[in-house]
Structures are given as structure tokens and as C-alpha cells.
Design a protein around this ligand. Structure first.
Ligand SMILES: [Zn+2]
Ligand SMILES: [Zn+2]
Length: 77
């Protein structure tokens, strides 16, 4: 009988540009930007509806993730 080994493989990554500051970042290789339309007369302005941001912009947009001093929810529940 053959032994099957399960190896943890890293997800494939590809280069991308942050949708906010345009610095090069790594994203999951399967990531594809989805567009609403070409932005003509539309609030989307032709930008992807699932934009991807670098760590810095994520912090600026969504705030710092609660880690130090806060309650670790994984341990809490
Ligand atoms: Zn950015
Ligand atoms: Zn649109």
C-alpha cells in the first residue's frame, strides 16, 4: 500500500499593484479583478469591485487589526 503524504503547499502568488497606492504587492494567483462596467455614468468609475490593497492601505482603510493588548477572539471562544 502506498503511503500518501500531505504536504502543506504554499498558495501560488502573483504580483499585483495596490489599488490605492499602486505599490507592487503579492496576491493569490487566482485573484482576478471584477469590474462592474467601464465606469461611464456609473459610481464605480471603472474601478474593480473587489479591489486589493497593500498592508499599509488596509490599515489606513480598515484600521489596525486588534492584536496587542486586545482580546484574542480565537482564544476567547
Ligand atoms: Zn497601498
Ligand atoms: Zn459600474
Amino acid at each position: 500500500m502506498k503511503k500518501q503524504r500531505w504536504r502543506k503547499t504554499k498558495p501560488k502568488m502573483k504580483k499585483w499593484l495596490c489599488d490605492s497606492c499602486s505599490i507592487p504587492i503579492k496576491v493569490i494567483a487566482s485573484y482576478e479583478p471584477e469590474y462592474c462596467c467601464r465606469g461611464y455614468k456609473c459610481g464605480c468609475y471603472g474601478l474593480p469591485i473587489n479591489p486589493i490593497f497593500c498592508d499599509k492601505c488596509v490599515k489606513e482603510l480598515f484600521g489596525e487589526p486588534v492584536k496587542k493588548g486586545g482580546v484574542n477572539l480565537d482564544e476567547f471562544f
